[in-house]
Each structure stands twice: as structure tokens, then as C-alpha cells.
Design a protein around this ligand. Structure first.
Ligand code: SAM
Ligand code: SF4
Length: 315
């Protein structure tokens, strides 16, 4: 499927819940979000139906997200249904990692190919303060469980936050020396609870290159991260800079929220309700969503225009 700018759209980020067991300061209010009626959220069958229609339209890769996708009951069943969709090349999942000790094996058995684990700090006290409800220990146990279950080439996503974790850049990058992991740094986007945080919190990911001038660029794989490697390292480092908008021209994504709305752009207001649509009507709505993708967002110039919070969209 192509959009009106000629970009190939083949990647769907599917949010399976807006709920989360954490309350990361930049993402969620301390009290969490109001639990919606069960009937307001897509059922497992509806999620699978939308995914199958998206694959018929040309989607090759699906990433499950949230909220925290692992709190969604029936997640391994959903993954099994998605894995059986003919033509789907890759099924991935983005998680805070805390429930992987219980779920890594069932998810692997259900056919999940790859995991991204969000990890903003390696210090237990900072971790507890940032997530408000989490412990670093759970995530470290989750990482072990993921590797034991057979997940390889894990990717870690660290939101770079001035005055919070910029003194840990070295610690994260150094993990790529000994582990076959991709350590990714993401610029904090001013939206939701962090929309009005002070300027010094928002750092460009080029700060990573300043600290490690020996990071060598690797050829791109079409994703949003610019990839680098230290000499002799087993793993890689990825830099993702949504603020400078250097990947809109390569954007291949559509997003669907847990309440069934298709979002052409993370930072746009446009959405299309997919609930109640089936077959050709559902496919047409997905194709129309792709055509409605804007050329670029204006996050750096005017802020995000989205009406939704990150826990609803899923990143
Ligand atoms: N709960 C899962 C997790 O944390 O990985 C999946 C959903 S979470 C919304 C997806 C990603 O978005 C996480 O890596 C999170 O750190 C990131 N994120 C949330 N708010 C953000 C913001 N304002 N700027 C940049 N990244 C953000
Ligand atoms: Fe939950 Fe992920 Fe948001 Fe943190 S970033 S509150 S883990 S949805």
C-alpha cells in the first residue's frame, strides 16, 4: 500500500490496551487512566480481524503495543492468531518488560519474532521514581526470561531525559559491547504529561555521538533508527530523533488504538473509526488512512497536534 506521497506503508502498530502497570512520569498521570468499559476496547477477535485486513492491504510487519501490552488478557492467543495470517512477515512487541518472567515463553511459543524492551535507567532508585510503580529487578528478570525463551537480538528503548538519565549514556552504550543488543536512544517528545516540561529535559540524541566519537555509522535498514557500532562490539546503538523529524520521509507506519481508531500520524489529529467495519469496507478504511498520512509532523515547530496520550497510541 502506498500513501499520497508515494511512501510504502507496510508497518502497523496495534495497541491492545491503554492500561499499564507503570505510570512513567512522561507518559501517564500518577493516578493512571480511567478504566474503560470492556466493550469500548477492541476484542481479541476484532484486533485479529483488523490485523488480517491490514495485511491484505500490504502490511508486512505488526508491532503490538499499549499501554502495556502484556497486561492484556489473552495476549498469547492474539499472537497465535496474528502469526497465522498469511503474508505477515514479522510480529514484534514493545513492552516495559516487567511481566516477561511469566509471559516470555508463552509469547515466544505463540510466534512473536522480536521484542523491544523500554528501559530508561539502570539505577533502581531512579527506575522506581520514573515508573512510580515498577522495580528495575522485575525488568532485569524479564530480560533474562526473554533470552531463555529464545528471543535474540533484543532492542532496548531509552528515552533520553536531561537531568534524569543523560549521565547513564555511557552505561547503556557499554552494554552493546558485550551483548548482541541494540541500545536505542529516543528523543523525548513534548506530549501528554511532559508537554510542558522545561527545555533542559529535551536533549538531542546527538549527545550520544558527542560522548562516543568512535561510534561508526552502519547502513540503514529502513527503520526510524540511525544505527552505529563501537569497534569490536557485539551489539549496536540506535538513535531516534523524532524532534528533528528526520524520518517522516521514510515513515511506513499506521497506528490503531485499542478503541479501534486508525491514526495516519502519531502527531496528527486525524483518525478513522474501524469498529464495525468488515471485509472490503475495512480494507478501504485502512487504505484511506494510508492516503491521509501527512508528509511530516510539526512537533518541533508547533508541538504535537494529537488529541491522544502516548499510552493510548503506543509510541
Ligand atoms: N508500555 C510499553 C513500553 O513502555 O514499552 C509500550 C507502550 S509505550 C507508550 C511505547 C514507547 O513510547 C516506550 O518506549 C516509551 O518510553 C515511549 N514514550 C512514551 N512517551 C514518550 C514521549 N513523550 N516521548 C518519547 N517516547 C515516549
Ligand atoms: Fe506504561 Fe509504557 Fe507509558 Fe511507561 S511508557 S507508563 S510502561 S505505557
Amino acid at each position: 500500500m502506498r500513501d499520497s506521497c508515494g511512501r510504502t506503508i507496510d508497518y502497523l502498530r496495534l495497541s491492545v490496551t491503554d492500561l499499564c502497570n507503570y505510570r512513567c512520569q512522561y507518559c501517564m498521570p500518577p493516578e493512571g487512566v480511567e478504566k474503560r468499559l470492556h466493550s469500548d476496547i477492541l476484542s481479541i477477535e476484532e484486533l485479529a480481524e483488523i490485523a488480517a485486513a491490514a495485511v491484505r492491504c500490504g502490511v508486512k510487519k505488526i508491532r503490538l503495543t499499549g499501554g502495556e501490552p502484556l497486561v492484556r488478557r489473552g495476549l498469547p492467543d492474539l499472537c497465535r492468531m496474528l502469526r497465522a495470517i498469511p503474508g505477515l512477515a514479522e510480529l514484534c512487541l514493545t513492552t516495559n518488560g516487567s511481566l516477561l518472567p511469566q509471559l516470555a515463553r508463552p509469547l515466544r511459543d505463540a510466534g512473536v519474532d522480536r521484542l523491544n524492551i523500554s528501559l530508561d535507567t539502570l539505577r533502581p532508585d531512579r527506575f522506581a521514581a520514573m515508573t512510580r510503580l515498577g522495580t528495575l529487578q522485575d525488568v532485569l528478570a524479564g530480560i533474562k526470561a526473554a533470552e531463555a525463551a529464545g528471543f535474540r537480538n533484543l532492542k532496548f528503548d531509552t528515552v533520553l531525559i536531561g537531568g534524569f538519565n543523560d549521565d547513564e549514556i555511557e552505561d547503556f552504550v557499554n552494554l552493546s559491547r558485550e551483548h548482541p543488543w541494540e541500545m536505542r536512544f529516543i528523543e523525548l517528545m513534548p506530549m501528554g504529561p511532559c508537554a510542558h516540561w522545561s527545555g533542559e529535559r529535551f536533549l538531542p540524541v546527538s549527545a550520544v555521538l558527542e560522548r562516543f566519537p568512535d561510534l561508526r555509522p552502519l547502513p540503514g535498514d529502513g527503520g526510524v533508527a540511525r544505527r552505529y557500532q563501537l569497534p569490536g562490539a557485539q551489539g549496536t546503538v540506535g538513535l531516534i530523533s523524532p524532534l528533528s523529524c528526520d524520518f517522516c520521509a521514510q515513515c511506513r507506519r499506521l497506528r490503531v488504538t485499542a478503541d479501534g481508531h486508525l491514526l495516519p500520524c502519531l502527531h496528527g489529529r486525524a483518525e478513522q473509526n474501524l469498529r464495525g467495519l468488515h471485509g472490503e469496507a475495512l480494507e478501504n478504511a485502512i487504505l484511506a488512512g494510508a492516503m491521509a498520512k501527512p508528509l511530516r509532523h510539526h512537533l518541533a515547530a508547533g508541538g504535537s497536534n494529537t488529541a491522544r496520550d502516548m499510552n493510548e497510541i503506543g509510541g
